[in-house]
Design a protein around this ligand. Sequence first.
Ligand SMILES: Cc1ncc(COP(=O)(O)O)c(C=O)c1O
Length: 353
Amino acid sequence: MLHFRDGLRDMPSYDLTERDWKIKVNANESPFNLPPLVEERVMARLSGVAFHRYPTEEGEALREAIGRNCGLNRENVWLGNGSSEIIEKLFYAFGGAGHTIVYPEPSFSMYKIYLRAAGAEGVSVELFEDYRLDVKSFIRKVNDSRAALAVLCNPNNPTGGYLSLSEVEEIAQGVSCAFLIDEAYIEFAGPSASQLLSRYPHLMVARTFSKAYGLAACRVGYLLAAKEVVDMVQKAYMPYHLNVLSTVTADIVFQMRQEYEPRLHMVMAERQRMFDRLSEIEGLTVFPSATNFLLLRTEKAASLEAALAASGIGVRSFGGAARLKNCLRVSLGTREENDTVWQAIQAFMTRGE
Ligand SMILES: Cc1ncc(COP(=O)(O)O)c(C=O)c1O
């Protein structure tokens, strides 16, 4: 008989059905691989890697560069295996028995998993009917529950909504516990809360190379926070936790981030184009988005998902997740992919099945 840790058997898993999609718009990935100039530099750099050594200096150079770019020091930056690992370790660092973590609902499904893994109590704050956040009630819930950690996803996955910098600041002023902003999609939205860090030492920002910089395969994310937070969170990591291949690749991507500007603009233009076209389809509600995806709601969500899958288009559905009934999330692909997705959705919705 194997005696696993209490609660592990009941722990929900991240569920995503994968197959070899013709058009893969189910995971908010970039439709583009490395820009050619970046690829050239990455390949040259990889050939110089000391494969026989544990990685040391590589991550330090990237921390320094990210810090400098945000007006911070290397000590305020910590790298992780995706922002997933950063968030998971922060939940661990501030969680534990008797500690409460407050999060919005609906939001990134992994928060509930991380908080259970951290042995913390979860308190959710329901978004309004249109998925906007009630800032005042969020602050109240954080304070009333004497939370150890408050987490917000901005812009929010999977609803796409965006909180302005002043709203984020209002929350930072209203709560005194650790306050994490998960900015996985911030490059598609607006200014990062990182510029508030010098005024609010309890604020922490998690960012990633996976989305706007199309580096999901490498799994690199980072934390921006007060030195005290970075020093404590480091203790939750194993030695040499980041592999050198991912680290040097992310370093070059960061150095060459201007190469990604045209892509970001393209995604944002496609977002508007798809929003306008999908909004015209009867029986379909499209939610405004500040990300690289759109959330759709229709009574026919299950059969629409099946029809899209039958044409080789993979979108994300949420099963019975709270407040996401009849919703599908569709990431933005290339212009051609978006056209095909739109045509398939339109054809299905007008067939009246
Ligand atoms: C809101 C949000 N946060 C964090 C992540 C984790 O991203 P990664 O671990 O690739 O950095 C994702 C990935 O989909 C996400 O949607």
